[in-house]
Design a binder for this molecule. Structure first.
Ligand SMILES: [Zn+2]
Length: 563
């Protein structure tokens, strides 16, 4: 039937001087891919909007919307004599990815692509099943062969270009007309159900592939011109009987003054207040945005000297830990590591591939999944695990927590903060803090299992704060020089296990000292008992204890070094 259709289109086009020839072939391939390769996408959509009379118009609109997007993609990439090869290649690729999506529920994201690249021959052969072979044959090989055989030759550049441009314009117009009557539905679909879009085949896998190639080339670029940091670092106490196991949580958009641990009148830390922790009350951030604060806090440069390029091309705290034999892992439920984990083992928790807690939005607590296996695998080594949270990322605070955490009501239910009252904004923001409180307590509970075998600790540091309408400011990223304290005063919380070198009661004694993100670099080195000249005389969260323990310095010297 496929060949008949193609023949029909071919002869039709011949008779009409083949104006639409290749364009028609492209549309045929798009329809075939939408029908045979997007079961998971439509299955996901039907789960959200069941097939009822009322939902039907929006469902049709969504189906046409995804079809139009896919058609635009193919019209843009297929040209001249390459058209047939591109179409055939994609027919093969989409039949494969559709199989993995439909049968194994995987999403073709950067993690999955990396897995495929790293897969060895024996692992690969175990993935091949008869269903895969049949599907590839009927939905991949046969249509690809037909396209190679029957896809018309390109006409003159001018004719082809005209035909493509006309189709593209029509499709763009169609998308506008499809979206306009359903704008609120599309808004909620995009905001609440972003994961479903990840099943769009092949557009999402192409997006992931480009992102993956970009990541890899960044790694190569940064490796080649990397300057060294803390080359003199030595382990102070190499004979320590137990290994270190530290989880650092990099927070997102959390304000220190919204933690009841720091005196906020609302109970936003019901879980952490049950734990024996230290909350540092006087910490300032390096920047007012994730892009600045995250690379800056791990860099040895400090806020005054921080420069994006410089920080990217210099070893950061995690690099120093790694080269001193500590096993470092970065798990991300935020955007990415902002270049910090370029040379570190990195795992993406923003999609259900690794994160089991994804319902509409992937939850931070999902980052604890599979960590037991990781720890078991690295037995006998010091470990550093960074969990980069989604936290209080705005302006849609109401999306940052499951319904069960909506304790302060009514909560603002839109990203248009100006449409909400101050009380509603505060409620939504504080509910998201409640969720972080729960998450951090879960991290501590997780570590408690390892309290006997390891020197365990949890350190939580938020990247920057947030304006919630004070002085008419909302969100963050104000220039540092004029940034209000709501954006720069961040929460920092530490918890340590019984074998950790620096005990909580000592740390508590200086919890109100003024410290900043600048102190994190040395805090991490000191936590692993690494000594380097770069950290001499620096403030750090564990510094005072280190000196008490290792040098038994006089009280005078200590105060000078710490305050
Ligand atoms: Zn941020």
């Amino acid at each position: 039937m496929q060949s008949k259709l193609l023949n029909k289109y071919g002869s039709l086009a011949n008779r009409r001087d083949m104006v639409h020839s290749q364009t028609a072939a492209i549309f045929l391939v798009v329809i075939l891919i939408m029908v045979t390769g997007n079961f998971s996408l439509f299955h996901g959509i039907l789960n959200i909007y069941p097939l009822t009379f009322g939902n039907l118009p929006f469902l049709i609109s969504l189906a046409l919307f995804f079809t139009s997007l896919t058609a635009i993609f193919f019209l843009v990439i297929s040209h001249g004599k390459w058209t047939r090869w591109i179409l055939a290649g994609f027919l093969l690729i989409t039949s494969q990815s559709a199989y993995y999506m439909d049968h194994l529920g995987v999403i073709i994201d950067t993690v999955m692509i990396d897995n495929v690249v790293q897969t060895n021959k024996s692992e690969f052969s175990s993935l091949i099943t008869s269903t895969l072979i049949l599907r590839t044959f009927f939905f991949g090989v046969i249509p690809a062969w037909l396209i190679l055989k029957y896809c018309p030759e390109p006409r003159s550049l001018k004719v082809e270009l005209k035909s493509r441009l006309r189709s593209l314009l029509l499709l763009l117009l169609a998308i506008v007309l499809l979206v306009i009557p359903f704008t609120p539905d599309y808004t909620s679909f995009i905001r609440e159900h972003r994961i479903v879009r990840f099943y769009s085949n092949p557009t999402y896998s192409v997006y992931s592939a480009i992102k993956y190639i970009n990541q890899q080339s960044n790694i190569t670029a940064h490796q080649s011109i990397l300057s060294k940091t803390a080359e003199d670092a030595v382990l102070l106490d190499p004979s320590t009987s137990k290994n270190e196991l530290i989880i650092m949580v990099v927070g997102e958009t959390a304000r220190a003054d919204r933690f009841s641990l720091n005196g906020y009148q609302r109970e936003t830390n019901p879980e952490l207040s049950k734990q024996d922790i230290v909350s540092f009350t006087n910490v300032t951030s390096c920047g007012t945005s994730t892009n600045v604060s995250v690379p800056c806090m791990f860099s040895s440069l400090g806020r005054e000297k921080y420069d994006k390029e410089k920080a990217l091309h210099q070893e950061n705290a995690l690099d120093v830990l790694q080269k001193n034999g500590i096993e470092v892992l970065w798990r991300d439920n935020n955007s990415d590591s902002k270049g910090v984990a370029t040379r570190i083992k990195y795992e993406d928790f923003k999609t259900p591939t690794l994160n089991p807690n994804c319902k509409g939005e992937c939850r931070d607590v999902g980052m604890l999944s599979g960590l037991d296996e990781y720890i078991e695998k690295n037995k006998g080594k010091d470990m550093m695990i960074v969990l980069h949270q989604m936290g209080n990322h705005g302006p849609e605070y109401y999306r940052r927590y499951p319904k069960a955490f909506e304790r302060f009501k009514p909560a603002c239910q839109t990203g248009e903060l100006r449409d909400c009252t101050q009380q509603e904004i505060d409620n939504a923001y504080d509910n998201a803090i409640l969720y972080t409180d729960y998450f951090l307590a879960e991290v501590i509970n997780f570590l408690k299992k390892y309290d006997e075998q390891y020197e365990v600790a949890m350190l939580y540091v938020s990247d920057h704060g947030e304006s919630l309408g004070e002085h008419g400011f909302y969100l963050h990223a104000a220039p540092y020089i004029i940034a209000p304290k709501e954006q720069t005063h961040v929460p920092v919380i530490a918890w340590t296990g019984k074998n950790f070198d620096y005990n909580l009661s000592d740390i508590k004694s200086y919890k109100d000292n003024a410290i900043s993100h600048d102190d994190l670099f040395c805090t991490l080195l000191i936590a692993y008992e690494l000594e380097s000249n770069i950290c001499t005389g620096k403030n750090a969260i564990f510094a005072k204890n280190k000196m008490l323990k290792s040098y038994a310095l006089s009280e005078d010297t200590l105060d000078k070094n710490v305050d």
